[in-house]
Design a protein around this ligand. Sequence first.
Ligand SMILES: [Zn+2]
Length: 323
Amino acid sequence: MELTLGAPARFAQRLTAKYKLTLPIDVRAILERYSDVVEAVIPIKGVDGVCLNLKVPGKRPRVVINSSNPPLRRRFTEAHELGHIVIPWHKGTIVDHLDPEHVEWSDDYWVFEEEANQFAAELLMPSSWMLDLLESTPDPSKAHKQTCEQCNVSALAASKRLSSLLPKNMVFVCEKDGEVEFSGKTNGTLANTPFWKTTFDADSFTYATQHFISSIGARRLHWWTLPDKVNEVSNDPRSWRAILDAIVEDIGVPVDDQKRFKASVNGVLAAANSAVRQRGSHTAASVVAACMQRFHDRDDLRSFAEHPNFMDFVVKRASELTQ
Ligand SMILES: [Zn+2]
C-alpha cells in the first residue's frame, strides 16, 4: 500500500529522520529543542494548549500545555504544538482547542488545526510503521492495541489513525464499563456507529462478517468488518411490494402509520442505492450490502430489518434498481 502524504506529514517525517527518532517518540524532548515549554492549569474550558511567538523574529516560541488534561492527551497536544512550530506558515499565537465543539473560529484556524493534527499523527504514529503493522496484523483490534502500546498514544488517537488507513466497511467501538466510550468507522463506510456515552450493545452489528476484540486496561476494543457485497437470492414468489406490505403487518405498524413507515423504508433504500451508484460499483450484491448497513443502524426500522423476509424484500428491490 502506498500513501500520498500531505505537507504536514512530510515535515514530521523530516524531523523523525533528522533526529533519528524511534518509537515511542520522545515528543517533549524535541518540543523543548524548539521552544520553552511550561505546564499550567489553563482555566478556560476546552483549551488544550497555547503556542506563542510563532515565527516572530528574535523570539523563541513558547508553549503552554494544559496540565489538567490526562498524560496521553498532553502528549498529543505537545506533538500538535510542535507541528505549529515546524510548519512554516503557522504564525503568531494559536490557542488550541482540540475539541471543535468549544469554538467557532475562522476557516483558516481549522486548516491550521487540521495540519497540526496531521503532523502530530505522523510524528507519533509514523505511516511506514502503521502500514507494516497493518500488513502483519490482520486483526484490527490487535493493531489498535499495538498502536496504543508501542506509540504511547490514547485509544482515541490510535483509532483515528487506523480509521484513516484501513479500507471501507469497518466500524469500531471502544467499550469501557459497559458504555460506548467512543466509536467510529473507516472512510467510505455507510453504517452509522453507536452514539458515544450510550450503553454498549454487543449485537450492534449482527450482520458483520467478522468481529474482533482486544482488551487494553479497562477498555475493550471492538472492530467489525461489514459485508461489501451480499450475494443472496430470493425464492419468494411475491413481489417486493407484497413482501413489504406483509412485513409491515407482521411487525404491527399501526394502520395510520403504515404509509409513513413505508416511505421511510423507501427513503433508506434510495439513499443506500445512490451511495452505491456514486461509488461506481452498482450491482445488486453491493446494493444489498449497503441496505444492511443503512437499515440496521436505524432504531425505528430495527424490527423491520430483523424480519425473516427482510432479505427477500431487499434482494428484490436491489435487483430491480440495478437492472
Ligand atoms: Zn493547534
